[in-house]
Design a protein around this ligand. Structure first.
Ligand SMILES: CC(C)(COP(=O)(O)OP(=O)(O)OC[C@H]1O[C@@H](n2cnc3c(N)ncnc32)[C@H](O)[C@@H]1OP(=O)(O)O)[C@@H](O)C(=O)NCCC(=O)NCCS
Length: 173
């Protein structure tokens, strides 16, 4: 049986990452978003994780540094997404491995918070809670209930704030 290996992306993985998102989401929007983010100054290849199974890329999760503003102050948090696993390999724990690895990586890099837009029921099991419970909102035109957050450092979200995703994310909605 092959073991899942989660590691940061390399330049050779770019096409395979596109294929993962296109097959998992059934369209090109998320792959285009990743390509657009890759061109931006906030892109950090170390925060882009691929899941490899038997030498093949079967999943991808991206963390992007985004500002969270509150009363004239600003701090950086990490936004998780897009994240997906190829349909032929879903329900095998690969998504969970990618999320747990993203959480560990974010902690290692010294971030206090991860935010994620989408499937709140899925992310709950990884300790994500509704953003509105912690007075956190964001600029994406999506239902407020779909935004969840996870503090990596206790109190990092004290007082809440407004997360400002880059334009490329807004275009996805
Ligand atoms: C969501 C996704 C990443 C899960 O990957 P995965 O490798 O299958 O995840 P895991 O094996 O770790 O966990 C599977 C469990 O997640 C849960 N789950 C999967 N999709 C879910 C969803 N949309 N909402 C709530 N729970 C979900 C199920 O409980 C499932 O359990 P099961 O295997 O007993 O049915 C994958 O299905 C995917 O790529 N979907 C399409 C793209 C997408 O929606 N990405 C997330 C955007 S927020």
């Amino acid at each position: 049986m092959h073991v899942i290996n989660v590691r940061p992306e390399t330049a050779e993985d770019i096409r395979a990452i596109d294929v993962v998102h296109i097959s998992a989401f059934g369209g090109e929007a998320e792959a285009r978003l990743v390509s657009a983010l890759r061109e931006s100054t906030t892109y950090n290849r170390e925060l882009s994780l691929v899941a490899e199974l038997g030498g093949r890329i079967v999943g991808h999760a991206l963390l992007t540094r985004v500002p969270m503003r509150k009363d004239g102050t600003e701090k950086n948090v990490l936004a998780l997404g897009p994240m997906s696993v190829v349909p032929s390999q879903s329900h095998r724990g690969i998504g969970s491995e990618l999320i747990n690895a993203s959480i560990s990586l974010a902690k290692e890099k010294g971030y206090g918070t991860i935010v994620v837009m989408g499937h709140p029921e899925y992310y709950k099991r990884f300790g994500f809670v509704p953003a509105k419970d912690l007075q956190v909102s964001c600029n994406l035109p999506a239902p407020e209930d779909a935004l969840t957050v996870r503090e990596l450092v206790d109190g990092s979200l004290a007082g809440g704030g407004h997360v400002e995703y880059p334009e490329a994310f807004i275009e996805l909605y």
